[in-house]
Design a binder for this molecule. Sequence first.
Ligand code: HEC
Length: 202
Amino acid sequence: MKTYNYYLFFSLFLVIFGCKEQAKNETIKSENEDSEVLLETSANASKIGKEYALETQKLLGKNLVGAIQKKGVLGALDFCNVKAIPLTDSIAKKHGAIIKRVSDRPRNIKNKANSVELAQIEHFKKRLEQEKEVDPVVISEGNKNKFYYPIITNAMCLQCHGTPNEEIAPATLSKLEGLYPDDKAIGYGPNEVRGIWSITFK
Ligand code: HEC
């Protein structure tokens, strides 16, 4: 009788212990699956965000270069002043997204970065300084994705964002002063973080 009791106790112990182990494995498995899903979602969001940013950049770039060729830098200023935000919004509307071009040193006060965006700008500046690859940043909040990607200057930009009276011609400068009395977007060199794309989508 005694041996039987021992045997029963031992089997019960095995059953309880065994079940526990199995349950533990299941949670580990589902956590892994969740994080795989998360990784996949974020890679996909990164791809979508990049597409939206590139599409907007292309549209703005094409119009900007066209305006400079047709009307010169001074004329192109009017284009940027009037058209940059509506053109950006047109792509946003098409995709049901929010697309912003924001900066820590904005020309147009409407393009001023918020605190989260400022932190991302600092992050991208550091990456560029360290000559590391600059990958987009995606932050998922509920069913929304927030995408951040840097906007980097090249020589062409300096005609309107470079050093006054060197790259920025005096006439351009005085027109800029008229349009944007609080302009902070001058004094840039090439290959600097001029701002970021800040895009929100589902
Ligand atoms: C012809 C002049 C001109 C050139 C060239 C130019 N920009 Fe601008 N940029 C402007 C104006 C004007 C604004 C303000 C637009 C507005 O009022 O919405 C602006 C705004 C911006 C903004 C939005 C943030 C802010 O400061 O308001 C970014 C980012 C920007 N430019 C990046 C660039 C980059 C990068 C290049 C080169 C590829 C470039 N720009 C070339 C005139 C120019």
